[in-house]
Design a protein around this ligand. Structure first.
Ligand code: PLP
Length: 401
């Protein structure tokens, strides 16, 4: 039998290096269990999880309602073909429509697959009105690692995977003139993260998103909001779009939607959805009873525990505390709610490694940004410790310079 304490983190690191496709550059920590905002590795070391599986575990780890929903559903019906109906899929779809104000739902298995589906809907609609199928995305954006989604991202992610699908153009973020210049009769859709995650927690300006909506209406271009990272309560509203009241034609969700089970959702308005016909899209696993029952439990817990308000309050508290530190190496604090990007005047990868040694999981992105996307129910005491550990780590790094 497998007994965790008989193994070390290193044992699994060695195995990983031998057997797993080496694409991640992982830390030598083998996480074994979690409770709330804490996780433990196989040697029994405890960590505060300020990363939450990169904005996935909104309810933290081992949340009783989520675990109960998964257990109950697993004992009833795990999976059926999408040729049949299920109660959890219908109830989750109803909930997502109510929350988003959009009209139709398609449940997927991951973020990138959700974005791919959104592009298919946008293209089908665009072709139906005589437009081309080109897609405009933004510098600093990240939409996934499939072929179409890398075509919308950094060129460094495309290297070695040519030929890259055609018909994708990238323009500077928050720049409407650049959007207008890149647009033609061939443009089907514009896709934007209202708050860029991987790109370094860059917030799209309110004016830009409003102007983009107006421009898309004028040109009959489909506007897609990718809320895979910023959606589901993280920013202090259910969706980041709700901060400004701009409604996209399509919205993509994943990550926190399942609180840890793999699920995504494409939400679309009736106008664009009506272009899709039988046989135009499909999935084997997407929207099965297990993941949709889990997702419903996540959304219910977010409401029952006021986690959206919590995210807003705790996010403000974090920003105030970070500002009080007045660290000269902190250049900017970006984001909304509990989607926090702390911009340093140095590369943050070593900082993240140091914080891990001191018992905090965090993430470095866009070179010099420390990304914190903890569970929405993380206690203030843990956030306080995250700040202390960050501060101590920065000081130690500076004294070693
Ligand atoms: C905004 C955004 N879109 C899409 C994706 C891709 O999601 P996945 O890794 O589940 O394919 C991510 C993942 O980080 C993301 O942050």
């Amino acid at each position: 039998m497998f007994v965790a304490m008989e193994y070390t983190n290193h044992d699994f690191s060695d195995l990983d290096k031998k057997q797993y496709l080496q694409t991640f550059g992982r830390f030598q920590v083998t996480l074994e269990r979690g409770e709330g905002s804490h996780v433990w590795d196989i040697e029994g070391n405890e960590y505060i999880d300020a990363l939450a599986g990169i904005a996935v575990n909104v309810l933290g780890h081992n949340h009783p309602n989520l675990v109960k929903a998964i257990r109950e559903q697993a004992g009833k019906l795990l999976h059926i073909s999408n040729f049949y109906l299920s109660v959890p899929q219908a109830m989750l779809s109803k909930k997502l429509i109510e929350l988003s104000g959009l009209d139709r739902v398609f449940i997927t298995n991951s973020g990138a697959e959700t974005v791919e589906g959104a592009i298919k809907i946008a293209r089908k609609y665009a072709h139906s009105i005589g437009r081309g199928g080109e897609i405009i995305s933004f510098q600093g954006s990240f939409h996934g690692r499939t072929m179409a989604t890398i075509a919308m991202g950094k060129t460094s992610m495309q290297k070695g995977f040519e030929p890259i699908p055609a018909g994708f153009h990238m323009v500077p973020f928050n720049d409407l003139d650049a959007v207008k210049q890149a647009t033609s009769k061939q443009t089907a859709a514009i896709i934007i993260e209202p708050i860029q995650g991987e790109g370094g927690i860059n917030v799209a300006s309110e004016a830009f998103l409003k102007d983009l909506r107006t421009y898309c209406d004028e040109q009959n271009i489909v506007l897609i909001f990718d809320e895979i990272q910023c959606g589901i309560g993280r920013t202090g509203k259910m969706f980041a779009k709700d901060h400004i009241g701009v409604q996209p034609d399509i919205m993509t969700l994943a990550k926190a939607l399942g609180g840890g089970v793999p699920i995504g959702a494409i939400l679309s308005n009736e106008k664009v959805s009506s272009a899709m016909e039988f046989g135009d899209h499909g999935t084997t696993f997407g929207g099965n009873p297990l993941v949709t029952a889990a997702s419903l439990a996540v959304l219910e817990a977010i409401e029952a525990e006021n986690l959206i308000e919590e995210a807003s309050k705790k996010g403000q508290w974090m920003r105030d505390e970070l500002a009080k530190l007045a660290l000269p190496s902190i250049k900017e604090i970006r984001g909304k709610g509990l989607m926090i990007g702390i911009v340093f005047d140095f590369e943050t990868k070593p900082l993240v490694a140091k914080m891990l040694e001191k018992g905090v999981l965090a993430n470095a992105t866009a070179g010099n940004v420390l990304r914190l996307v903890p569970p929405l129910n993380i206690p203030i005491a843990d956030l306080k410790r995250v700040i202390e550990v960050m501060h101590e780590s920065v000081n130690e790094m500076k004294s070693n310079d």
